[in-house]
Design a binder for this molecule. Structure first.
Ligand SMILES: [Zn+2]
Length: 108
């Protein structure tokens, strides 16, 4: 496949599309229970993100440690506590924490 010369912003648009597509595939595989394949897609998408400086979307959809695609409740446990969310990767045990930005805090 010959590579045509693209402007940087064109290349980034294409990269963004590919990243979206890879995450779609990762989701499909994740839902089907194919964690290894999902991991591969996530890994490829992250590499693409890095190379093209695509802004990070799809955050919290995968494990930053082992790159498994989160398909709750099968391979991730999600807990909310005092305005924070903790996602525990059931594949490697990594805990991802982030503030729950919601106007209404449940069980507060
Ligand atoms: Zn993990």
């Amino acid at each position: 496949m010959a590579r045509r010369h693209l402007s940087r912003s064109d290349a980034r648009d294409i990269a963004e599309e590919r990243v979206d597509r890879l995450f779609e595939l990762a989701e499909k595989e994740g839902v089907a229970g194919n964690d290894e394949r999902a991991r591969r897609y996530v890994g490829l998408a992250l590499k693409m993100n890095e190379r093209h400086k695509v802004r990070a979307r799809h955050k919290r959809k995968y494990c930053p440690e082992c790159h498994v695609y989160f398909t709750p409740p099968r391979n991730v446990r999600v807990r909310t506590r005092s305005g924070n969310v903790a996602m525990t990767c059931l594949s490697c045990g990594y805990v991802l924490r982030y503030p729950l930005k919601s106007k209404k805090v449940e069980g507060a």
